[in-house]
Design a protein around this ligand. Structure first.
Ligand code: GLA
Length: 383
């Protein structure tokens, strides 16, 4: 009996042979170099904006192929890292806007909706932000003033140019309670309201979002609903919720996705899918334990598609993408934007998280910038 691995290897061999024998053939229904028509941004026009998170290599043009792909396919961009606190404000008295300015210019040159990500987060924020001069925790007043000054400086700089901001990122635990982040511990629960207030003061015209992952889970979703209701009842201006959308081939379920979008729509806010990707690799945490000898074998198990994605998985990914997009389209009245976290599989953060150095296939474009089967299926979902 053939093992699954042998069958997959045979499929890969078949695909590789076919692509050598048939010039330009790169997979079912696709031809290398053939411009994908129509573009994602065209097929979803009238439903929602369609975007990608861009790295410095993309918006500086260093990766000209990726830049061209973004120009051709997307009508909104998010900054992968360029606007995070550690990038723009590395030291108390030092801002560095060189990259962020190039990011915003790239979006404007290409007539795109430019998104800001993010203002208040517990991660990729330098330690000094939370410390006093002795290295101990800063006081509530000091931290609030730092937050106000940072938000006013960053949001104010791009006033009228950045359409919307992820004001607070990932404030919730899986059980729906507030994460014990330094922001929460030092300022208290009202740090969220304050962040939104400061952002609104800095650019009253900007859309303001709360952004988080796994909001499809019941408890976390309930926590987010409580949070948004509380903010709204205090008169805080919150425009939308960002469902990050980091997904796997079976999680979240379509029913969960559907219910989550409906639940947030009921609050009268816009819903955005802000960091969409689909991890096709085995869950790393299922393979914990064992001794050093099994480690090599386990790392191979955790990285099974080093030489290419077998066709059955390619098809599964395409079907999963199509199914998710059908849910998004069903809610086109409340969904204003769907953004992928990255452009091609080559640059996805999922090659290095939660395990470093794997070969993952989470996006619509392959490592050679070519549209995958998943690209076709997303286009078809729209037609
Ligand atoms: C989170 C953040 C993003 C990014 C991704 C992984 O979802 O919101 O900025 O860091 O993790 O790259």
């Amino acid at each position: 009996m053939q093992t699954e691995h042998m069958m997959r290897s045979k499929t890969v061999l078949f695909l590789l042979t076919a692509s050598v024998l048939i010039p330009g053939w790169i997979g079912p229904g696709l031809r290398a170099g053939a411009a994908p028509k129509p573009a994602l941004k065209d097929v979803f026009k009238g439903s929602f904006l369609i975007g990608a998170a861009v790295s410095q290599r993309v918006f500086t043009g260093e990766d000209s192929h990726a830049a061209a792909l973004v120009q051709a396919q997307f009508d909104t961009i998010s900054p992968e890292n360029a606007l995070k606190w550690q990038s723009v404000h590395p030291k108390p008295d030092a801002y560095n806007f060189a990259l962020a300015d190039q990011y915003v210019d790239f979006g404007e040159r290409n007539h795109m909706t430019v998104i800001g990500h993010n203002l208040v987060w517990h991660y990729q924020t330098p330690d000094w932000v939370f410390q006093d001069s002795t290295g101990g925790p800063a006081s509530r007043d000091v931290l609030l003033e730092r937050m106000r000054e940072h938000i006013h400086t960053v949001v104010g700089r791009y006033k009228g140019r950045i359409k919307g901001w992820d004001v607070v990122n990932e404030a919730l635990n899986a059980d729906g309670t507030l994460r014990q982040s330094p922001w929460f511990k030092i300022i208290g629960e009202d740090y969220l309201a304050k962040a939104f207030e400061f952002a609104h003061e800095a650019d009253p015209g900007a859309e303001l979002y709360y952004n988080d992952y796994s909001l499809e889970g019941d408890a976390k979703r309930r926590g987010a609903i409580r949070l948004i209701k509380a903010l709204k009842s205090q008169g805080i201006s919150i425009t939308g919720i960002g469902l990050q959308g980091h997904s796997t081939l079976d999680q979240p379920t379509l029913a969960q996705e559907d219910a989550t979008i409906s639940d947030f729509a009921k609050l009268g806010i816009k819903v955005m899918i802000t960091e969409l990707d689909i991890d096709v690799l085995p869950g790393a945490t299922e393979h914990r334990g064992a001794d050093i000898h099994t480690k090599i074998e386990l790392s191979d198990k955790l990285n099974p598609f080093k030489i290419g994605l077998p066709e059955p998985v390619q098809i599964e990914l395409a079907q999963r993408y199509a199914a998710l997009f059908r849910v998004f389209l069903k809610h086109r009245d409340v969904i204003t934007r769907v953004t992928f976290w990255g452009v091609t599989d080559r640059d996805s953060w999922l090659n290095n998280w939660p395990v470093q150095g794997r070969t993952n296939y989470p996006l619509l474009f392959d490592r050679s910038y070519r549209p995958k089967l998943a690209f076709d299926s997303v286009i078809q979902a729209a037609e």
